[in-house]
Unconditional design. Structure first.
Length: 273
C-alpha cells in the first residue's frame, strides 16, 4: 500500500472522560495505543480485552475496532499511526505476530516522555522523518525490552502452560524471526530456546501446535528453501551453497536436500536449467 519502508503518519494523546469511546471504526494504517494510566476495554475480532496502565493495544489496517474508557478509572493513552513495507517485521520483533493485539511496557514514565517527544517532533515542521522514526523505534524498544525482561525469568513448561495463550504467539514469532535471520549460521535448538528465554520442551510444543513441525524441521525447511533459490539463481558450487545455507557438511546437505526434494542438489539444478 505504501511504497516506502516505513513512515509515522500521526500521533497524539488523550485523557479520556468516564465511558469515552471510539468506534466501531476502520483504520488505514497501523495504530498503537499506550495506556499511561487508568483502565478501559478494547474490542476486535469478536474478542474483548480489559486493559490497564502499562499495556498497549494494536489496531491493524482494515480491522473493525471499538474501545472505551472505564467508568470509574478512565484511561489516559497516547497513540501513534504508522505504515510501510517494514511494519510487519517491526511488529513481529516486539511480539505482535499476526494473531496478537496486546502488548505491555514496564517503564511507563520513560515511554510517556518518548511519546511526548514524538508528538513534539511531529508538530515541528523543522524536524524531518528521521527524527520521527528515531522516536518511534525508541518507543517500540520499550515494548521489546518489556518482552525480553519478562521472558528471561526462564519459566518452565508447567508454569507457562498456566499463562494465557498470548505468550505462545509471542515466543513463536520471536523464534521464527530469529531462525529466518540466522539460518545460515550454526544453531542448536537448545541455544534457540535459551535466547528466546523459554524451556526447550515448551519451544518444541508451540512449534508442533502452530506449525505442525518441530523447530529443527522449520530450520531445515528455511535452509532448503534458500538452497533451492541459490541453485536456481546462481552458479555457485554445491559446497559454497551448502555453507551459505547453514550446512557445514556437503554430504549431509545432499542427503537432507534429497530427502526434502526427492532428488540431489545437482539433479535439481540440471532439471531447472
Amino acid at each position: 500500500m505504501y511504497a516506502q519502508p516505513f513512515k509515522v503518519f500521526y500521533c497524539g494523546r488523550e485523557r479520556c472522560e468516564p465511558g469515552h469511546s471510539f468506534g466501531p471504526a476502520i483504520r488505514r494504517q497501523y495504530l498503537i495505543h499506550f495506556v499511561l494510566s487508568g483502565r478501559g476495554k478494547f474490542h476486535t475480532g469478536g474478542k474483548v480485552y480489559e486493559l490497564a496502565e502499562g499495556q498497549a493495544f494494536l489496531i491493524r489496517p482494515g480491522e473493525v475496532t471499538f474501545y472505551q474508557a472505564d467508568q470509574d478509572e478512565p484511561w489516559t493513552y497516547a497513540w501513534m499511526a504508522f505504515a510501510g513495507d517494514q511494519s510487519d517485521s517491526i511488529l513481529a520483533d516486539v511480539g505482535f505476530d499476526e494473531n496478537e493485539h496486546i502488548g505491555s511496557f514496564s517503564q511507563i514514565d520513560l515511554t510517556d516522555r518518548l511519546l511526548a517527544d514524538l508528538q513534539q517532533s511531529y508538530e515541528n515542521p523543522a524536524e524531518g522523518e528521521l527524527s520521527l522514526s528515531g522516536y518511534f523505534y525508541l518507543i517500540m524498544s520499550q515494548l521489546q525490552t518489556t518482552e525480553i525482561t519478562a521472558d528471561n525469568n526462564r519459566l518452565d513448561e508447567s508454569s507457562l502452560l498456566a499463562q494465557p495463550q498470548i505468550y505462545d504467539h509471542r515466543y513463536l514469532a520471536r523464534a521464527k524471526s530469529f531462525l529466518r535471520d540466522n539460518f545460515a549460521y550454526p544453531i542448536t535448538i537448545t541455544n534457540l530456546a535459551r535466547l528466546i528465554g523459554i524451556d526447550r520442551t515448551y519451544l518444541y510444543r508451540i512449534f508442533m501446535h502452530y506449525e505442525n513441525r518441530s523447530p529443527k524441521q522449520y530450520l531445515t525447511a528455511l535452509r532448503i528453501k534458500a538452497a533451492r533459490e541459490m541453485l536456481l539463481e546462481t552458479d555457485h558450487s554445491l559446497a559454497e551453497i551448502a555453507l551459505s545455507c547453514g550446512f557445514y557438511d556437503a554430504s549431509a546437505f545432499c542427503r537432507t536436500f534429497a530427502d526434502a526434494e526427492g532428488m540431489t542438489p545437482g539433479q535439481y539444478r540440471k532439471r531447472l536449467l
